[in-house]
Ligand binder design. Sequence first.
Ligand code: MLT
Length: 282
Amino acid sequence: MSPAELLAKVAQFDALIVRSGTKVTRGVLEAGRGRLRVVGRAGVGIDNVDLQAATEAGCLVVNAPTANTVAAAEHGIALLACMARNVSQADAALKAGKWQRAKYVGVSLVGKTLAIMGFGKVGSEVARRAKGLGMHVIAHDPYAPADKARAIGAELVSFEEAIAKADFISLHMPLTPATSKVFNDESFGKMKTGVRIVNVARGGVIDEDALVRALDSGKVAQAALDVFTVEPPAKDSKLVLHENVTVTPHLGASTVEAQEGVAIEIAEAVGGALRGELAATA
Ligand code: MLT
């Protein structure tokens, strides 16, 4: 549905289930007043739902917090490996008839320090997999218990220490007012020269103009991005078109298995909420 169609139809329903493309704005919630009782987000991030307006409208917001965890973690690892070995650039070059073995010498993952920013469900699964690749894993998350990290063989450190020590940085934090553009000129400046960054979390945690500057200067050697501040990004986005950037169109949760799991998980959550079995919002 277009935003206008959603506004026109939402009042006919008790529940609304959305993925990431639909914005559940104050306008949508107000248009649903009187009938709409639950908004289900078929995925983890609820940044596309106006939570304040939902609360004011007496509307519960539920998400599907677990079913796509492994898919997102696997995509993070896929981007990490693709980026380190220039897979997407070399693929495009070879399809254009260029056999450029010297140009696409990569870097190894084994023995490198990976900083995981946000050590929740996805971050910790990325950590497990990175340990299997022989990486030294450090993590930053103000809410994660140290023993959970220790059990995986990761060390919890401060934000400053994580970004200063990392050869690779993988982002797994939610987009909140506190994390918005937390990767900016200042934080890029504190990273090692030649750092490589993966983002399968939310585009808004990075100041994208600052990332372009950091890529241009060589401070950041490469980035692999599945998410963008505005999705889809502009066709002429300097970031998307940058030769040292690998991009995918928000595919983190897009596996057959994860989508089936998410569909079941959100249907159960919305059903539970409609039956009055849930007391808390997501
Ligand atoms: C999520 O929040 O679950 C993922 O980013 C996937 C999605 O938005 O569909």
